[in-house]
Design a protein. Structure first.
Length: 85
């Protein structure tokens, strides 16, 4: 038997609340990677069309340091964001 409209709406709201709870649990949490702990925060890119969690101690790498790393510009095209610790 198909679910009624009310049940579908309740299911949708429940799933949205679960996603928000997972996001809240991750934001600001300490995550252990190898023997180091990182605190993550949400970062927005491309006029807030893309949001991801990255460690909050990552900084935008200066252009001079980017040139010392593998040149992503020649491999993938111009790279606007390169983060480092």
């Amino acid at each position: 038997m198909d679910k009624g409209a009310d049940e579908k709406i309740l299911d949708f709201i429940s799933e949205a609340e679960k996603r928000e709870a997972r996001k809240d649990n991750f934001n600001g949490s300490l995550i252990k990677i190898s023997d180091r702990y990182y605190e993550f925060e949400e970062k927005s890119f491309f006029d807030e069309k893309l949001k991801i969690y990255i460690p909050n101690n990552f900084e935008n790498m200066p252009l001079e340091e980017r040139k010392l790393n593998v040149s992503l510009d020649t491999i993938y095209g111009r790279s606007h964001w390169i983060y480092n610790i």
